[in-house]
Design a protein around this ligand. Sequence first.
Ligand code: CIR
Length: 264
Amino acid sequence: MDASYRFTHAITRKPSASITAGLRAVDIGTPDLVKMQAHHADYITALRSTGAKVIELDATEAFPDSVFVEDTALCLPQGAVIMRPGAPSRLGEAAEMAPHLRALYSDVRQITGAESFIEGGDILTTETEILVGRSARTNAAGIIELTALVSDWGHKLREVFTPPGVLHFKTDCSLLDAETILSTDRLAASGCFAGYRVLHTAPGEEACANTIRFNDLVIMPAGFPKTRDLLDHAGYKVQEIGNSECAKLDGGMSCLSLRFSPGG
Ligand code: CIR
């Protein structure tokens, strides 16, 4: 009962110099590539410290947002599904990821419908179900197609809603263990986590909801001391990573990796 947060592998992609052209909802400044590279290296060190194998892909200049690999695929123990990102500038990133997943999985499927859009940031896999948030990037057709693709692997999907103005479902929540979700108040208020234990981000610290549980670590963005203390007191082993540059592009801890155990 821990396949949703224990992983043997992760895939990351180095930030490219074109990251300065990355998508953002609000312009709060241009990301500094050198600083982002340093944060990215710390992130990979944290993933590796848990014993996982981390595959680092080269930067792809043609795709400014390609460091945010999570949006390109859904990785499950039985196989992987290549997404169809709803951001036109990111559509080609999914094809770039496909061969790397084919090298690790014998079963790789793909969202193909011309009207289907879905990004990994809208998908939260728990121990018992896969929650998919409709958003500006993920639509009903994408969710219907994904539901069909993973049903024979024994996975149940539940459609939920990403709050208006929030980029992805997981911008506002993270899985902490088999029963527990970290969520902002605004997302938890929708009732989508009924049946789970919910820990709430501290007031004013909503931006740290995008955290990841990766093996024994909870990896969270630095600079959110009240939520860090809450997680610490709840018994989690917390590791903080600088996220100032990715935050300028609405990115956080989950966006930077695909996390999985192929065949496991
Ligand atoms: C975008 O708007 O697509 C990127 N700038 C940020 C993507 C963040 N990805 C994620 O939350 N999974």
